[in-house]
Design a protein around this ligand. Sequence first.
Ligand code: ADP
Length: 274
Amino acid sequence: VLKKAVGDDPAPGAIQDHPPQRPMVSYQDIRKSFGETEVLKGIDLDIKPGEKITIIGPSGSGKTTIIRMLMTLEEPTSGVIEVDGEPLWHKEVKGRLVPADEKHLRKVRGKIGMVFQQYNLFPHMTILRNVIEAPIHVLGVPKQEAVERALEMLEKVGLKDHVDKYPAQLSGGQQQRVAIARALVMEPKVMLFDEVTSALDPELVGEVLKTIKDIAKTSNMTMILVTHEMDFAREISDRVVFIDQGNIVEQGPPEEVLENPETERLQTFLQHFR
Ligand code: ADP
């Protein structure tokens, strides 16, 4: 007989008390200085599993730094970041948080995938090889399985017919879609997209945004995006977070934040996109 945990069966008619859902990503009083300059001034931000959030704000406000800290490319000056319930920059030893070592960082970072502005594909490898490289060498997935997974992802981003080509034979938009497939194939719990269309020619932006939109609509991955594409932000996000000068100034559903900004700072920022 399987033992049931106490509290598994509520009395008939009882209102079940759902514990609050654990955030997938949690920033707790995060500060970051470069030299004398404090660029993040106490960021508190919880992101639910499956939530799609977009960070907007003026250039230099700290958006990229927020994302880079999750990718372990930048260490917070103070505060705690948790991913899937685990501290990222710290390690729990006997109930106390101590600075994380490289092994711990690598483990938690494995839950996170990122697509940058610069797609940085390996130029001397075919598209398929670009996508199977990390599953084989980082995750130890057998080659045949890695190829199957890669083809599935390349189909998802609409590039199945190009798998044997080299990056230079593709357009910038196609290369960026390969970069998306390369991140997805690692099956991250959290995907980060940092201004992924900023380096593209205008006519190539649409296909990349559409690819990301399709992924957002069909997957339960947590997604954090930095973008200047406001229509895209409105369509894709559960929540928009406006950052200015290292602080979260406003946040909420896109229709509220983008249509009815409360602060003058956000009103002024949004005027640039009208
Ligand atoms: P955003 O993404 O909103 O444009 P960033 O997070 O890139 O803003 O940068 C925030 C501020 O931090 C900027 O003033 C930028 O110059 C500064 N900054 C970012 N990275 C570094 C670094 N490695 N060294 C010094 N200053 C930096």
